[in-house]
Ligand binder design. Structure first.
Ligand code: GUN
Length: 305
């Protein structure tokens, strides 16, 4: 039987860990969410983030800006808003007239809880991480909750985006007790992806193409993580992985209900980090991730009994 790696119980356990820590430290971490214009999907995500923040004792505030704002005005807003909060995110996508990279450059790196700035990506590459993007870190938490170790495993990452593929490949390949995988990164110009997949223990698909991973590309011992989110012909949510793959592999994250629920909880983990790092209560993200993973493992063991 294929194991379904559901994200909801992991997100619940992660939020419990954050709430415990926030309470123990008597903290009130704060998050500013900057949204430009009225993208309906962004509004749903943002509401979700604000509600979840409240559950763990984090104060999240939405700063809603006009669609017509200029790049320079947005940069000025980010500079001013970030002074009042532990963490700040700029909800993407931005309107077409504003270049996202040009904006990300102006987020103060010590408040960049999305982990999108060059400094935070660079810190991860140098094995001294601070804020790691929510999707890669959420996948790491999810795998460890279910007792899936990465050490020595062959991990094939499909996709090389700045938000998922690239930080994920870095994250799982570093010399951390909870990483240490051998990583192959495939992308749109890779030849013979099927050959790379033959040796994979874990396949993480983040290509953004509906049903890209086909049954013939997988084997029964594989663990598959599906990062995609699309709407199928019947109006239902579906992923980058064809549904039939589920019958073949050892374990898989469902869509919906797999990686998705992890991302908000992991963002809140970063907001907790931002507050506690700023206060000097903790000194590095690596040891906090280690502690959190130990907690998640125990939660799963307790739940299984
Ligand atoms: N839009 C979709 N996902 C994300 C995310 O993780 N962070 C931000 N800032 N915007 C997004």
């Amino acid at each position: 039987m294929t194991q379904l790696l559901k994200g909801k119980p992991v997100a619940t356990a992660l939020k419990k860990w954050i709430r415990n820590r926030v309470e123990a430290e008597g903290a009130r971490p704060s998050l500013a969410i900057v949204m430009v214009g009225n993208n309906p999907a962004s509004e749903v995500y943002v509401n979700h983030k604000i509600r979840a923040a409240g559950e763990v004792g984090i104060k999240a505030e939405l700063v809603h800006l006009e669609e017509s704002i200029t790049r320079q005005q947005l940069v000025n807003e980010i500079r001013e808003i970030s002074k009042r909060f532990d963490g700040i995110i700029v909800q993407l996508p931005l309107p077409n007239h504003i270049n996202e990279d040009a904006i990300i450059q102006h987020i103060p790196p010590n408040k960049d809880v999305d982990g999108f700035t060059p400094e935070n990506l660079g810190l991860l590459a140098r094995s001294t991480p601070r804020f790691i993007s929510a999707t890669p870190l959420g996948i790491l938490f999810l795998l460890h909750y279910y007792g899936i170790s990465l050490t020595g495993k062959n991990v094939v990452v499909i996709g090389r985006s700045n938000i998922v593929g690239t930080p994920l490949a870095l994250l799982v390949s570093r010399r951390f007790p909870w990483a240490n995988a051998t990583v192959t990164m495939c992308h749109s110009r890779s030849r013979n992806i099927d050959e790379h997949l033959k040796n994979a223990d874990i396949v993480i698909v983040a290509v953004g193409k509906k049903h890209w991973l086909k049954p013939k590309m997988v084997t029964k011992n594989m663990i598959v993580v599906d990062v995609g989110i699309h709407v199928d012909d019947n109006g239902k949510l579906t992923g980058d992985v064809e549904p039939e793959v589920r019958q073949i592999v050892k374990a898989i994250t469902p869509v919906p209900g797999g990686v998705g629920p992890m991302t908000v909880a992991t963002l809140l983990f970063n907001v907790y980090l931002a507050n506690s790092l700023a206060k000097g209560i903790i000194t590095d993200a690596e040891s906090v991730i280690t502690e959190c993973i130990e907690f998640l493992r125990k939660e799963y063991q307790t739940k299984k009994k």
